[in-house]
Design a protein. Structure first.
Length: 646
């Protein structure tokens, strides 16, 4: 588990170790899941059950089937905004508004329904809440009981009444209540109320529209009659043809202006001629100058008024008296024409004013007539539509009494209980695994030990608690490859002492030490085994037992000897003596290979006593049992060169 939490070089979590950890505690996790499901079932039984009823219907929200007005008249109606298309007949805010709820209360009596009216005027705060309010100085303000009741009803109504609109135009009313019959009753009453309100609203709008059209039609008729009357009065007072009068006056005015212009040119030419006669400059060059300046001199009209020859090539200078007389005549004629033009212009302006007034009256009369025509057609169409009003409201499904509660969701709660149970089971398992601090997979165990040689002790389990004679018999019949591999490693290290420790493994260190001793003995190699475990059985020793140095041979088969201190001291007590190392080294003269073994805490004591010596160290460890701290500790005391795991 320690490897699971420790970050590696790539800072990734060992998923194999995580899965192995959870697999170890699978029964506990399953138990928490079962407890979660049981708690969820118990919780659902304590909750108040709620039932849901649904009513489905369609309101008559389409526009009325009135007469259509085609052509230009229909376009005028559309532009005038007199169309008959209605907006949506039902609105969500309207249904959940307080006014609508108060109207429903007359039929459903929400105030007497404890599911909707949850206000309790006699409620008392808990002691802890009262203490907190007194500490912070909370002063409870007076409450309007009726207003508090209605606010609670509106809040619960909005929470338990749902309105949905489908794409096909139908309406779904969903009601939730703790009493199934009451839920169906509320849904049906709301549906009937909405249908009735839609009918009443439609009839009211139709009546209002007819009333408005009638009033507007009467006003349009009055305007039409008034405009026609004004046009008649104008015709009687003035000419019936103001446009023709204006045209005739305009033509006359143009003719007078043309005559005035011609007379002005003649008058100027005569004035110039009179000046030449007075100055007596009547030579041919002056005549050419006069012709160039006044081209009218060569015209017949000019020569005729002076009494000259009408042939252009013949010119003679007239008398001065004749020219003066003509000049006076032209001056008088010019003044007379100017007077006529002024008078004609005044008449033309009066004709323009009369024409404007006539055009305005005529335009008003046409507009009034068109408005009256449109309105009379609209009134006819609406009147015919009002005479036949089909009700297109449809009820697809009445709200029925629900036979199963819609809340609480038992399956959902049970699933959530199982999920929470799984979650807490995993969390607790990981916390407990962290507390135990052991290896949960063989991979993490091998990685943590980092021994040169690793092998499984599964094949060595039959050798557990066997005597030396039995071991020799078993190994002679069926050798173990694990013992062979360990023996090779020991021989390669060229050591005379092998330390075997066991940390919560299925085999004790003594079992493995005796098996190795039996396997590695030969005619030339004597092997000794010393068991330092305090829990080992104390063998019966005969008085004439063989003694080797400070140790006594408690059992011997072939060249394998089981040694123990020659005193009454236990093997663990020998570790505390100052000359322990000397006593062990004294065996080298008689023993070629010595196995020192100990289990669990005794192994730590043994390694501390042997610290600094050259020994081959083999450790027996067990996944899910061996603590990480123990392995780290013994590895720091003596490097682990061989690992046997199960």
């Amino acid at each position: 588990m320690q490897d699971l939490l420790d970050t590696e070089s790539n800072n990734e979590i060992d998923l194999r170790e995580l899965f192995a950890t959870l697999w170890v505690y699978k029964l506990f996790i399953v138990s928490t899941c079962v407890l979660g499901v049981i708690f969820g079932g118990y919780y659902t039984q304590r909750l108040n059950k709620e039932y849901t009823s649904v009513a489905i219907f369609k309101l008559d929200a389409n526009k009325p089937k009135g007469m259509s007005i085609a052509g230009d008249l229909g376009a005028i109606v559309s532009l005038s905004g007199l169309g008959t298309e209605n907006p949506r007949a039902i609105k969500l805010d309207q249904i959940k508004g307080r006014i609508f709820i108060e109207k429903l209360d007359e039929k459903l009596n929400f105030q007497a329904d404890t599911y909707f009216n949850t206000y309790n005027p006699n409620s008392v705060d808990p002691n802890w809440k009262s203490v907190i309010k007194r500490i912070i100085g909370w002063q409870k303000s007076p409450t309007d009981t009726q207003e508090a009741i209605w606010q609670g009803i509106v809040r619960n109504y909005s929470k338990n009444v749902a309105i949905n609109f489908t794409e096909e135009g139908s309406v779904q009313i969903t009601i939730t209540h703790e009493i199934p019959k009451r839920a169906a009753e509320i849904a049906n009453v709301i549906m009937d109320t909405l249908i009735t309100n839609a009918k009443n609203t439609k009839n009211k709008k139709q009546d209002q529209m007819l009333s408005y059209l009638s009033d507007t039609l009467a006003q349009a008729l009055s305007d039409l009659e008034s405009s026609q009357s004004k046009l008649k009065e104008f015709t009687l007072k003035n000419s019936a043809l103001p446009l023709e009068s204006f045209t005739a006056g305009s033509l006359e005015l143009d003719a007078l202006r043309e005559q005035l212009n011609r007379t002005s040119k003649l008058h100027e030419a005569v004035a110039a001629l009179s000046l030449m006669l007075q100055n007596k400059t009547t030579d041919q060059n002056n005549y050419f100058t006069l012709r160039q300046k006044f081209p009218i001199v060569d015209q017949v009209e000019f020569r005729r008024i002076l009494g000259q020859n009408e042939i252009i090539s013949s010119w003679s200078w007239p008398e001065t008296s004749s020219v003066d007389a003509v000049f006076d005549t032209l001056s008088e004629r010019k003044n007379r024409l100017q007077s006529k033009i002024n008078a004609s212009q005044i008449d033309a302006e009066q004709s323009v004013l009369a024409l404007e007034a006539y055009a305005k009256l005529e335009r008003e009369a046409k507009i009034a007539e068109a408005t009256y025509t449109v309105l009379i057609e609209q009134v006819k169409a609406q009147s015919m539509s009002a005479g036949y009003q089909p009700d297109e409201s449809e009820i697809y499904e009445y709200a029925s009494v629900s036979i199963r509660p819609s809340a609480p969701k038992q399956r959902l709660i049970l699933a959530l209980g199982a999920i929470f149970g799984l979650f807490f089971g995993i969390v607790l398992s990981l916390l407990y695994a962290l507390y135990r601090g052991v290896y949960y997979s063989l991979k993490s165990l091998r990685t943590g030990v980092q021994a040169q040689f690793t092998a499984s002790i599964r094949n060595l389990l039959p050798l557990r608690n066997k005597s030396l004679e039995d071991l020799n018999t078993i190994l002679a019949r069926k050798p173990r490859t694990v013992l062979r591999d360990i023996a090779i490693e020991i021989n390669m290290n060229d050591t005379t002492q092998v330390v075997i420790t066991s940390l919560c493994a299925k085999l004790t260190s003594n079992d493995v030490a005796q098996a190795l001793a039996s396997y590695m003995q030969s005619d030339t190699i004597k092997v000794g085994v010393i068991n330092f475990s305090s829990k080992s059985k104390k063998p019966d020793i005969e008085k004439e037992s063989l003694s080797i140095g400070s140790f006594i041979v408690s059992e011997s088969v072939g060249n394998v000897s089981i040694l123990r201190p020659n005193d009454d001291l236990a093997a663990m007590e020998l570790l505390s003596q100052r000359d322990f190392a000397k006593k062990v080294h004294s065996l080298n003269s008689n023993i070629d290979l010595l196995f020192l073994c100990a289990d669990n805490n005794d192994a730590i004591c043994l390694l501390r006593a042997l610290q600094g010596q050259k020994n081959f160290h083999v450790t027996l460890a067990r996944s899910k049992r061996t603590k990480t701290t123990d392995l780290v500790h013994i590895s720091s005391l003596l490097r682990i060169q061989g690992l046997l795991h199960d």
